[in-house]
Design a protein around this ligand. Structure first.
Ligand code: NAD
Ligand code: TDX
Length: 308
């Protein structure tokens, strides 16, 4: 089995490449454009693995992806512009990579006998909820440009399943955290700033809620969906570990032994979704359950960032 992993030099992608090489005898080809968010360092120790090939390139390069997809049995598509705040500053690269990049890969998949195309997506496509949990059948209501481009890509992928028979499976994960996440994201940003004694800019009143899934648990869930997910189906992935941003911030400060005085409440993110929460019976029905609660995941994440 040969799997093409797009975005494999980013946070989740690089953890997934490691996971696949360690847990299976499969071949992995990583395709990554090494944008500001990707780094060859994220693949340190596995880049030269004898079952791994690293290709520096863009998912929008149609000639390149046609060749790579033709040689693969499965595609796991992580490559994306992933940071909400950047999408608020400028949406163009989000539309280009997240929508048209996905389109290029799907077109490449049309002419092949690929086993699976895993479209890696996010809880943000459902929009915010105050007290419910989103099921896979709920309508999409993205409220920031990043989420809108991911929703567009999901719709496109599922349309290629219906129209062209591409064996698309979609996963929608809650917030993922762990080693090798870019320090623009909440947990690594606050861990590294707290360790340096710098203030932690908490948006709004810190009451927004996210559901935190440790990265290896997320990788295991994606493997379950890839192996046993039905083409045309969507699988939510989340741990049930809900925390307010203020709770996360206090846990980070405690983990590095820093003072709560570092918390600095700042202007809210425009269109800031209050809460995401997912129903996960479907992925659990494929035999997945998380191994890490928030505290255990944060301990491992803290060790990684403080050792750097
Ligand atoms: P990331 O920003 O850390 O990594 C993205 C990777 O994609 C980088 O290595 C980057 O170089 C690469 N890339 C960007 N544009 C590219 C292009 N045009 N061609 C080739 N490579 C390109 O992102 P992440 O947090 O690891 O997220 C990975 C995927 O998982 C994304 O699709 C994201 O929407 C999804 N997701 C992330 C989370 C989360 O909490 N991090 C949660 C749910 C879903
Ligand atoms: O400095 C900050 N201060 C702050 O209060 C940052 C960077 C974030 N926040 C808040 C905003 C969010 O409520 O923390 C929460 C988490 O923020 P991010 O780390 O930017 O993640 P989020 O916007 O929730 O999106 C993440 O989860 C879903 C990923 O970046 C997405 O790629 C994924 O799809």
């Amino acid at each position: 089995m040969r799997t093409l992993v797009t975005g494999g030099a980013g946070f989740i992608g690089s953890n997934y490449v490691r996971h696949r090489l360690a847990r299976t005898g499969d071949e992995v080809v990583t395709l990554d454009a090494l944008t500001y968010a990707g780094s060859a360092d994220n693949l340190a120790g596995v880049r030269d693995h004898d079952r791994h090939e690293f290709v520096e390139g863009d998912v929008r390069d149609e000639g390149l992806v046609t060749d790579l997809v033709a040689d693969a049995d499965a595609v796991v598509h992580f490559a994306a512009e992933s940071h909400v705040d950047r999408s608020i500053d400028g949406a163009a690269p989000f539309v280009s990579t997240n929508v048209d990049g996905t389109r290029a890969l799907l077109d490449a998949a049309r002419a092949t006998d690929l086993d699976r195309f895993l479209q890696v997506s996010t809880d943000e496509v459902y929009g915010e909820t105050v007290d419910g949990r989103f099921a896979e059948t709920d309508p999409l209501d993205p409220r920031n440009p990043y989420a809108a481009t991911k929703a567009g890509a999901d719709h496109l992928a599922l349309s290629y399943r219906a129209t062209h028979g591409v064996p698309v499976v979609v996963t929608r994960s809650s917030n993922v955290f762990g080693p090798r996440q870019h320090p623009e994201k909440l947990i690594p940003k606050f861990l590294t700033r707290a360790a340096r004694g710098e203030p932690l800019p908490l948006y709004g009143d810190g009451s927004n809620v996210r559901e935190w899934t440790y990265v290896t648990d997320n990788c295991r869930a994606l493997d379950r969906a890839l192996a046993d997910g039905e083409p045309g189906e969507v699988y939510n992935v989340a741990s049930g570990e809900e925390r307010t941003n203020l709770e996360v911030t206090e846990a980070v400060l405690d983990a590095v032994g820093a003072s709560r005085d570092l918390i600095e409440f700042v202007d809210d993110r425009p269109g800031h979704d209050q809460r995401y929460a997912l129903e996960t019976g479907k992925i659990r029905g494929l035999g997945w359950e998380p191994e890490y609660d928030f505290e255990a995941g944060l301990e491992r994440t803290t060790e990684f960032y403080l050792d750097e």
